[in-house]
Design a protein around this ligand. Sequence first.
Ligand SMILES: [Zn+2]
Length: 310
Amino acid sequence: MEMRTKLYPMVQFKKDTWEIDEFDCASMFLLIGSEKAMLIDCGMGIGDLAGAVRMITDKPLIVALTHNHPDHAGNARQFPEIWLNGKDRNLMPIPMSAELRRDDIRHIARRQKGSIGAPYSMFRLYPFDLETDVLEAEDSGPIPVVWDLKDGQEFDLGGGRIVRAIECPGHTPGEMVFLDQGTRTLFAGDAVNYNLGVGAVLLRTTLGHMKKLQAMDGEYDGIWNGHHDFRALGAPLGEDCLPTIIDMMEDAAAGHIVPCESPSFWGQDIPLTKQDKAKKMFGGLPGQEPSRRVTLRRGRNWLSIDPERI
Ligand SMILES: [Zn+2]
């Protein structure tokens, strides 16, 4: 019997469209059509996400990942099949061991409590426990079948609900966003947010994809990224986010690069060793040294780039 918690903060922010919050880190999105349901991203693996989904819908479930980072793909083993762009297949192991995830989970818990140094368990804002709610990869069922997700691929959930996958490389080589035309929603994973790290491909290539997303803005009313750090749960990113990213990338491509202090992904000071690890994980994409990266800032937008890959 699955003992992990199913009590995620979650909100239905449009009809049959849910944001499920993995306790203030990754956001998963559940879209329900007349015949099938679709889960975008599967989180780091705190609690019983599959069980939580089953409390909302019993329709056949498609699981598609925006990219292969631990906070979006770490829980893949809870599902028999996932869709992932082949370009991200080897970024991180699938399944991923609990050891790779547990430190980050601790920091997630601490970040939201504003209490670095205090044990997360003193506060109990959320009903998860590191001992029972984070399983080793080998304990969570068979290895999932990984299907190759392609640019332009459409998922028909029934009742006219069609979700299109769009490749948007930069944060990772195979980063994908999903457009749900019926509800006019763009699910951006980590491709668009206020603290964006890119560098998996040339900056100009990413810039081209960002402009493509902007040109599609007649097809969506808002952008929901794969975390709610930069917005309230259920609410979209600010409308300034994507245009500011484009401005910053254009400036950088024109050679205007003024580095600033990089904010921590975890939102506040953390021990140096942890910062190094976070940089390695989120900044050190394959084939590049984390030390080459610089962070740029404009207002509330931060953009971390590799100046040697413009
Ligand atoms: Zn990511």
